[in-house]
Each structure stands twice: as C-alpha cells, then as structure tokens.
Design a protein. Sequence first.
Length: 318
Amino acid sequence: MSEHVFNAKTIANEVAALFSEQIKGKTVLVTGVAPCNLGNEFIASIAPHNPGLLILAGRSIATLTKVQDTLLANHPSLNTRLLTFDLSSLSQIRKAATEVTEIDVLINNAGIMACPYEQAKEVNGDVEMQLMINHVGPFLFTNLLLKAGKVRDGGRVIIVSSEAHWLSDLKFEDLGYSNGTKYDIGGAYGQSKTANVLFATSLAKLTKITALALHPGGIQTQLLKHMPEPMMVAMRWKNDKGEFVDSDAMTWKTLQEGAATHVIASFDPKLEGRGGSYLVDGNVAMEKCAPYARDEKVAERLWKISEGLVGENFEFLG
Ligand SMILES: NC(=O)c1ccc[n+]([C@@H]2O[C@H](COP(=O)([O-])OP(=O)(O)OC[C@H]3O[C@@H](n4cnc5c(N)ncnc54)[C@H](OP(=O)(O)O)[C@@H]3O)[C@@H](O)[C@H]2O)c1
C-alpha cells in the first residue's frame, strides 16, 4: 500500500518514479495522444519505467508518428504501437478494437470541449458531438475490448472526466439538444463529462477491472481552442488583455501537474478495488463529485441508452 499524499502540485514524472515497479512490463493504451497534451505527457512520464508496450491512439497518423519519433529518440528500446481511429465513427472504433491485443491499462483520455454544434452520425439517435466523442465512442471501444477479454485480470480502465461535470447532469429526454436547436456548448460538455463518471460507476459494478474517473485540473491545451474569448474572460480564465491568469475561479496547472492524476489512477496500488472512484489532484475525492454523477440508477439508465445508441448490448458484463 502506498501512503503517499498527493496534491495539485504533484507532477507526473515524480509519481511515475514512485510507481516504477507497477509500470514495468505493462501494456498501456491511451487515446488522444498529441504533442503538448495530457495524453502525450502521461506517455512521456511513464516511458522511462520500462512499460511492456505503449499503444498511442489518435485520429491522425502524422500526429501519432511525431509523438512516437520523440519517444523513441529519448528511449530507443521502447516498444510502441500506433492505433488510428476517430471516436466519432462507430465503424472505425469497431475496426480499431479488433486490432488491439491484450492490455493492462486503458486510458480514455481523448476529448473535445465547447465545439460548435455537430450531430453525431452512425448512432441510433439524436446525439451531439461532445457526447459522442467524450462518452459514446469510448463506451463502445472499452466494452468491445472487455467483451473480447482484452483487458487483463487486475487491469484498469481510466476515464478522463472533468470538474465541468458540475455544469450538467444527463439530459436523457433530449441528449442531442433538439437537433442542435437548443444547443449549449457548456451544458453539452458538462453532460458528456458526467457520463464519464457514470460509466466508471457502471464498469466498477459490472466488471472485475478497476474503473476510475478523474479530473486532471485546468491545463492550457488545444482543448480550449473552441472556447469563445469573452467566455474565458467572464470565467476569469483570462484577463481582458486575453492573457491566461490564475484567479479564485481557476489555478492553472502545468502539463506535468495535469498528467499526474493519470499516472496515479493507472498505477497506484492503493486504488486497487476502489473502482467507481473519482480522483482530483491524485486523491479520491467523492465529495467533489456531483451526486447525479455517481447515482447507480442514473448510471444504469445511461448504460442502456448507450447500448441503444451503438446498437450492441454488453449485458455479458453483468
Ligand atoms: N485541459 C484541461 O484543462 C482539462 C480539464 C478537464 C478535463 N480535461 C480532459 O482531459 C482530456 C485530455 O484533454 P487535453 O487537455 O489534453 O486536450 P487536447 O489537447 O485537446 O487533446 C485531446 C486529444 O483528443 C483527441 N481527439 C479529439 N477528437 C477526437 C476524435 N474524434 N477521435 C479521436 N481523438 C480525438 C485530439 O486529437 P486531435 O489532435 O486529432 O484533435 C487530441 O489528441 C479530455 O478528455 C478533456 O476533456 C482537460
């Protein structure tokens, strides 16, 4: 049992060194890997600790290759694989899942925020793109891997959520915001991040793997690219000169600080059997999780609806 105390200043390199023994030999698959983002920072932090295989997933082979080149330049003996698929496409997700062999840790890290309205295609229902990419796609990918027995016993599934889940519960009666006519960029992101915590709740209940959700903190990445400037100023993320600032509303983290919770969730032995937990600053923090995001009945409802959207049941997990 590790008895380490983590906080918002804990960095990924430091915790990776702490859990070096747990990283050694593991096969780890991370979605949403690109230079200067959280997926990349997580991978770069664990790379020195002899993982068995790192599977870098993303939608652009050029981006993934860039990340792989840097990794191999620093760690020539590292075993890496690239997996290209778009989380907005059920057919690409299905194909990618067949290409994965056994893994120990899956991090559903890819995500989008506050993008202009777009309707998801290929799903059986009215769903907008933030819910599709942040929840429905990862729901299908994860469950296909579990169904095929590709997550090893003692394995983990980490779902990168956000404190923005407080912005909205699940709008089951109108998941797609009436074909976009009632679209709300913040609410839709919040809904998708609530779905992340609920998915971890269900996986913890239905499977033997340790499924955890986390909030990484606020980090200046490409995730912010769709956020309207006036909104960032109003939220005091930026000052009126357009510069990022710390305030009582937001204390920005570095990439290293942001990715620390990814490393802890994936490898801290203390979290074994703590499935369904929500982590903030490296610690289980259920008090920071909205009640609607950890309600088992709501989680069950979301599971059924998600099965309907992707056109496949995963009752085998029960
Ligand atoms: N940064 C923060 O402050 C913050 C706060 C709370 C939670 N989070 C969560 O942390 C996670 C990582 O965010 P980040 O800050 O590292 O964001 P980022 O820099 O925007 O990286 C997100 C990654 O997701 C990928 N992605 C987007 N749409 C995709 C799709 N349709 N199919 C496959 N991959 C797709 C992106 O690929 P492309 O490069 O091809 O676009 C990118 O690699 C997200 O789940 C986010 O919600 C971040």
